[in-house]
Design a protein around this ligand. Sequence first.
Ligand code: C2E
Ligand code: MG
Ligand code: MG
Ligand code: MG
Length: 288
Amino acid sequence: HAKDCHRGTAICFAPEHEAQLRSHAVIEQALRSADLETEFSLVYQPIVDVAEDRVDAYEALARWTSPTIGTVSPGDFIVVAERSGLILDVTRALLRRALADMATWPAEVRLSFNLSAHDIASSACRADIMEIVRQSGIAPGRIIFELTETGLMRDLVDGRDALTELKALGVGLALDDFGTGYSSLSYVHKLPITKLKIDRSFVTNICEDTASLNVIRAIIDLCRNLGFDCVVEGVETVEQMLLLRSAGCRFMQGYLLQKPLPRDEIEALGGSRLPVASKPVRQLQPAI
Ligand code: C2E
Ligand code: MG
Ligand code: MG
Ligand code: MG
């Protein structure tokens, strides 16, 4: 099994071994001994401004291939990193790398970087993050930190103060996976955020279900009223994209527009101009 399955130098395990191999304890052990510089990489997925036909930002997404347990998805290793306290080391290493990667990007293209609520929980950790930003020489206005709703909700008051401190640096702040937590609408205006990212679960069946589209419309409206940017995640089909555009959605992200790609591949695609895979945005303008 493992013999026929080569993905780069990664080792692929037979599915029956996977559950056991990927238990939290095993992931944690591999993470403790991981070389963050060589085993971790970043891929970038554009957030596309469909009104202006350009890339507004690239979101950095972490990838990990361990020499002992193979490729582990961020959905699995981020949780383990948070629980074990290793997340800060991962965050620091990846943030440094993403900011270094940005050096060759056009100045109008921003970086969207996922932070864990754990990363901003202590003032010492926030200071580290801010210091990394300062040392990079990248203008803070070109950086957006994404935090998930669920993570922030664990302690709203502290979370708010932590965000306020980060924001003072001049970075943008996005509430990620919006709509998957609870009581969102009752607190969202109290957070010092600049952007909402509507979770992809709302997009999945907008073509069949008008209620989902109405929810997205309502959130877009809310964002307009509160002065937030609004991004819809998980756009996979041309039909979804056209429907979202007619609902007033300006910023989109998803496999239709571009899958996450390594740094050299996004550079080859030409910076802020739309990548090849997003051609449908331009080609499928509704006929007038
Ligand atoms: P996220 O920040 O909400 O990122 C979006 C996830 O959806 C990514 O999964 C992306 O590859 C995937 N995606 C993008 N477009 C589509 C689409 O059209 N259809 C579908 N089905 N999926 C799409 P990924 O890379 O596996 O990351 C999962 C989550 O792990 C992220 O969700 C984020 O919360 C977390 N994560 C990833 N990298 C980091 C990191 O460096 N630090 C932290 N703290 N969390 C990270
Ligand atoms: Mg994100
Ligand atoms: Mg998201
Ligand atoms: Mg998500």
